[in-house]
Each structure stands twice: as structure tokens, then as C-alpha cells.
Design a protein around this ligand. Structure first.
Ligand code: IMP
Length: 213
């Protein structure tokens, strides 16, 4: 079976990737490197992912295997896409409370208007190195920033992110229309991981990558 080394410190992400790739006959193993991988200050997630691949290749056990990296972030429309590629840093510094405070004046009695003013999306890039070539898969999860933190599960900006409802095909629909699949205004932290995977930018990025393999 073809092997994919996944550069990540997060065992949960490895499990998720295993689940997606196993169905297509690939084995995924976590690649742990003892040297720090530097994330460059770049404008796009793809550039960050490519830079990580270049560094991680030196640590890969066998060049006949493949190498996977992922990069994700939260992009808030009214903040010009911030925190975007700086999401990890923004989480450590201003956190969920800081993002809520930046949007604190963007509240309306009208839930549709309020949702549109607080539009945001999670984006993910999954980049796979295979025999000198890099394949890129992109995934987006549209939604909005909640008015307050809510929920116990998940990580990062999950407590303040409400995914958009989905139609029967799994595509996001506007806030004002009721979807076939909906968290009914609950955040990613309110719902469990299994439910989150239905909406997740990460799942979509990996599925997009798989369609190119
Ligand atoms: P990473 O590239 O997947 O490590 O994501 C970078 C940062 O984006 C994380 O530190 C989080 O702040 C944020 N982020 C990415 N994906 C998610 C998610 O699914 N939920 C919450 N926050 C996320």
C-alpha cells in the first residue's frame, strides 16, 4: 500500500486523514520532526503549506513515499480576511474574545443582517508531495462569527464559529434559508466532532486532494 507521511503535531488530524485516505488505499503515518518547522509570513495558506513541504522533505524516511501537510485559518470578511494566515498567532494573543471584541459593534436585531455582517469562513489547504510534484486540495467552510463564545468541544476558534446550513448536496446555503443539514445556530464547539466533519474545511480540502490523485 502506498504510504503518506503527514507532518503535524496533532494526532486528531492524523486520525481524520487516515479515515479519508484509507478508503482510497493509502496508509497515513504521522511524521514527527525534532527540528522546528518555520511558517513563513505569506499571504496564502498554499504558500505556507509549500514552505512546510520544502522543510519537511529533509526529514522524510523514504522519497518513494508521499508527504502531506495541511494549513488552515479563520477568515473574517469585515476584517479584510483577518486573522487568516495569522490564525495560530491571533489565537494565542487575542483569542476568541479578541475577535468578538473587534466585531462587537456589528450586531443587528435582524438575524439575517447580523449573520451577513459577521460572515466568516474557515479555509484549509492540504498539500501532497509525490515524486517531486505538489498537489493542492482546498476546502472552505462558510459561516459566521457568533455573538458570544459557546460550547466545550473542539479547539481554536470553534467556540465562536457557526457554520452555514447545508443543502441536500452538502453545499452551504444563505443564513436566511433553512438547510437540510443545520446546527441550528450552534457553534462548532457546541456540536461533536463527528457532526463537525460534515461541514469541515479540512475534510473538504482532503476530499479535493483525493480527487486529484
Ligand atoms: P492549522 O494550520 O490547522 O494548525 O490551523 C491554524 C489555526 O487556525 C489554528 O491554531 C486555529 O486557530 C485556526 N483553526 C484552523 N482550523 C480550525 C478549526 O477547525 N477550528 C477552530 N480553529 C481552527
Amino acid at each position: 500500500m502506498a504510504k503518506i507521511w503527514f507532518l503535524t503535531g496533532n494526532a486528531g488530524k492524523v486520525e481524520e486523514a487516515k479515515h479519508h485516505f484509507a478508503e482510497h488505499g493509502y496508509v497515513v503515518e504521522q511524521l514527527v520532526v525534532d527540528q522546528e518547522i518555520i511558517e513563513p509570513q505569506a499571504d496564502s495558506l498554499t504558500q505556507v503549506a509549500q514552505a512546510k513541504i520544502a522543510q519537511a522533505l529533509e526529514h522524510m524516511p523514504g522519497k518513494e513515499d508521499m508527504l502531506l501537510v495541511e494549513d488552515a485559518g479563520l477568515f473574517v470578511e469585515t476584517l479584510g480576511g483577518f486573522p487568516g494566515v495569522y490564525s495560530s498567532y491571533a489565537l494565542k494573543t487575542i483569542g476568541c474574545a479578541g475577535i468578538l471584541s473587534l466585531l462587537s459593534n456589528l450586531v443587528s436585531e435582524d438575524p439575517v443582517l447580523s449573520g451577513n455582517l459577521r460572515k466568516a469562513e474557515f479555509r484549509a489547504v492540504a498539500a501532497l508531495w509525490r515524486d517531486g510534484e505538489i498537489l493542492i486540495g482546498e476546502g472552505v467552510c462558510p459561516g459566521r462569527i457568533a455573538e458570544k463564545e459557546s460550547g466545550e468541544s473542539g479547539f481554536g476558534f470553534d467556540p465562536i464559529f457557526i457554520p452555514a446550513d447545508l443543502d441536500a448536496l452538502g453545499n452551504p446555503i444563505p443564513f436566511e434559508s433553512q438547510g437540510e443539514s443545520s446546527t441550528h445556530g450552534e457553534t462548532f464547539s457546541d456540536i461533536g466532532l463527528e457532526e463537525k466533519k460534515k461541514y469541515s474545511h479540512r475534510s473538504r480540502a482532503i476530499e479535493s486532494l483525493l480527487s486529484k490523485l
